[in-house]
Design a protein around this ligand. Structure first.
Ligand code: GCU
Length: 138
């Protein structure tokens, strides 16, 4: 079962800009967080049922300094100061995945910069809400 992609450039952005000057992004661009603590991107996502989902975030960090983000689901931090390490270049995109618990219906996912460097450049999140074990009936 495929994951659903939610582009950062289509999300709610607080203190960040949609840009497209570093190749390799999906969709129309990516979000360049302002280099301040508290800048964020927030996505509204829908889950068909309550339960665990695999949340993958695609990012680039052309510096050699971590750009940590608090990952929040429905207002609660589920991964505090998660490290987004240097990827070697702004055009080199990597993914990180964590399991989050969603409720049925609308959910918010927010990624907030926790240091004065701001966030990494964020391309999209993708969400696999199939949960359950392999072999489960969909
Ligand atoms: C550079 C780069 C941006 C990036 C920024 C940063 O300006 O071009 O894409 O967001 O550095 O350090 O955050």
């Amino acid at each position: 079962r495929a994951a659903t992609v939610h582009e950062a450039e289509s999300a709610t952005i607080s203190r960040g800009a949609v840009e497209s000057n570093h190749a390799g992004f999906t969709g129309g661009g990516f979000v360049n967080y302002e280099n301040v603590q508290g800048s964020y991107v927030q996505w509204s996502v829908n889950a068909p049922q309550a339960g665990p989902a695999a949340l993958t975030l695609r990012f680039a960090n052309g510096t050699t300094t971590d750009r940590p983000l608090d990952i929040m689901v429905n207002g609660a931090v589920v991964s505090a100061g998660r490290a987004f390490q240097g990827t070697g270049a702004w055009t080199t995109w990597r993914t990180t995945t964590l399991t989050v618990n969603l409720k049925a219906g609308a959910n918010t996912i927010r990624a907030t910069a926790t240091t004065s460097g701001g966030g990494p450049n964020v391309d999209h999140i993708s969400l696999d809400t199939s949960g359950g074990q392999a072999g489960d009936t969909p």
